[in-house]
Ligand binder design. Structure first.
Ligand SMILES: O=C(O)C1=C[C@@H](OP(=O)(O)O)[C@@H](O)[C@H](O)C1
Ligand SMILES: C=C(OP(=O)(O)O)C(=O)O
Length: 437
């Protein structure tokens, strides 16, 4: 059943990447960090609980989260395992933040997180001298870590485009005397670099002529609590944005969205597809670019998304594939093998969901091609979400414009990143059916 046009304004909940980091850096810094706009999603709340287990005092007063940090090198040994639920960012950054301490810390997560690869973080930690104890070989949770008595700084080139790996190494470097160096060939989201500098760390970034970035972190800095203003999450804004593009009659303003260039690949791509998207009220806040986004229903056309853009929109491919289903012509998305190691194998989950709803696509090892159907997307299928919030939300968005209702098997995971998704979208005019089980 098609929804009526989506109209009005929606303010985005806080950015998930920045929210995790605000709690972690606040917990590590000396003194008080005051956070406004924190995303109160399950992933971030799990990080908050873990930071409290390490000795930080965290509480919400009014609209602000107050974090009383312990100072660099002063986390206490957690008596229980640190449970990061569904969050790759939470567990991978925490392994860098805490894993080099000379005590045993134990990490675990839900069924989705427990099959995601951790060797990408464990390998550099092993180079630092961290002892890794796995219950089963293969670099999967649960994992215990024990840092060496004298950790040595490393010089590490990340083998895949990953802000989580880069960040884990940088955070490990903070408690190692000397300079830790991370090299990344692809510019991934740079929140760790920017925010650590804001907390007082010495972080040096240089970029060569080929765009390769060298990041140097000085160990044992004196970090002080800060005020952090978390901007709205562009990865959450992706859902109302695509919904407005595909539902006829829509004219929506999405307010307070982070416009950091390492996060805006989806907007660039949707504009190339013919999307009527206008950035208004562009401003700076907390060192980041912010804007409101006005988006109207548009007839989209298929395009090829350059592989080099993947890092700047890595979490947005599922909903881009939904937009591509409503385009005229094929949309080709190369260079997206990292989608296979997210909360689910997103390449497979998206391809299966599209096919279940009558949309032709080709799933390659590292690409997806979607045959757009204009406004003739049949829908009517049941989608398996595999504990993946973004798969759940993108197919709920598809259902707003398809000829027949799209069903998803589980909506609970939406609470990890965008708890108010269903009520917020409903307020704008979206019509979701009731779960019948
Ligand atoms: O650093 C971060 O906050 C994130 C990095 C990305 O993961 P990778 O580093 O695995 O690409 C992204 O998919 C995730 O949602 C958040
Ligand atoms: C990949 C994601 O998050 P994480 O890796 O933190 O689980 C996401 O939110 O799409």
């Amino acid at each position: 059943m098609r929804s009526q046009g989506l109209t009005g304004a929606i303010t985005m909940p806080g950015d998930k990447s920045i929210s995790h980091r605000a709690l972690m850096f606040g917990a590590m810094a000396q003194g008080e960090t005051i956070i406004s706009g924190l995303l109160e999603g399950e992933d971030v709340l799990a990080t908050g609980r873990a930071m409290a287990q390490l000795g930080a005092k965290i509480e919400k007063r009014g609209n602000y989260w107050h974090v009383e940090g312990v100072g660099v090198g002063n986390f206490k040994q957690p008596s229980e395992p640190l449970d990061f639920g569904n969050a790759g960012t939470g567990v991978r950054l925490a392994m860098g933040l805490v894993g080099t301490y000379p005590f045993v810390s134990r990490y675990e997560g839900d069924a989705s997180l427990s099959v995601r690869p951790m060797n990408r973080v464990l390998n550099p930690l092993r180079e630092i001298g961290v002892e890794v104890v796995e219950e089963q070989p293969g670099g999967k949770l649960p994992i215990a870590l024990k840092g060496p008595a004298n950790p040595a700084p490393i010089h590490y080139k990340t083998p895949m485009a990953s802000a989580q790996v880069k960040s884990a190494i940088m955070l490990a470097g903070l408690i190692i005397p000397g300079t830790t160096t991370v090299i990344e060939e692809v510019h991934t989201r740079d929140h760790t670099e920017k925010m650590l500098q804001g907390f007082g760390a010495k972080v040096d970034v240089t970029t060569d002529a080929d765009g390769v970035r060298t990041i140097k972190v000085e160990g044992l800095p004196d970090l002080r609590g800060q005020e952090v203003l978390v901007p709205g999450d562009p990865s959450s804004a992706a859902f109302p944005m695509v919904a407005a593009l595909i539902v006829p009659g829509s004219d929506l303003t999405i307010e307070n969205v982070l416009m950091n260039p390492t996060r805006t690949g989806l907007i660039t791509s949707l504009i190339e597809m013919g999307g009527d998207i206008e950035l208004t009220n562009q401003r700076k806040s907390g060192g980041e670019d912010i804007a409101d986004i006005r988006v109207k229903h548009s007839q989209l056309k298929g395009v090829t998304i350059p592989a080099e853009r993947a890092a700047s929109m890595i979490d947005e491919y599922p909903v881009l594939a939904v937009a591509a289903s409503f385009a005229r012509g094929a949309t080709h998305m190369p260079g997206i093998d990292e989608l296979r190691v997210k909360e689910s194998d997103r390449l497979a989950a998206v391809a299966n969901g599209l096919k279940a709803n009558g949309v032709d696509c080709i799933e390659g090892e590292d690409f997806l091609t979607v045959e757009g159907m204009g406004d003739q997307v049949p829908g009517g299928g049941m989608v398996e979400t595999h504990l993946d919030h973004r798969i759940a939300m993108c197919f709920l968005v598809m259902g707003l414009a398809a000829q027949n209702a799209v069903k998803i098997d589980d909506s609970a995971m939406i609470a990890t990143s965008f708890p108010s998704f269903v009520p917020d979208m409903t307020r704008l005019g979206a019509q979701f059916g009731k779960p019948n089980h």
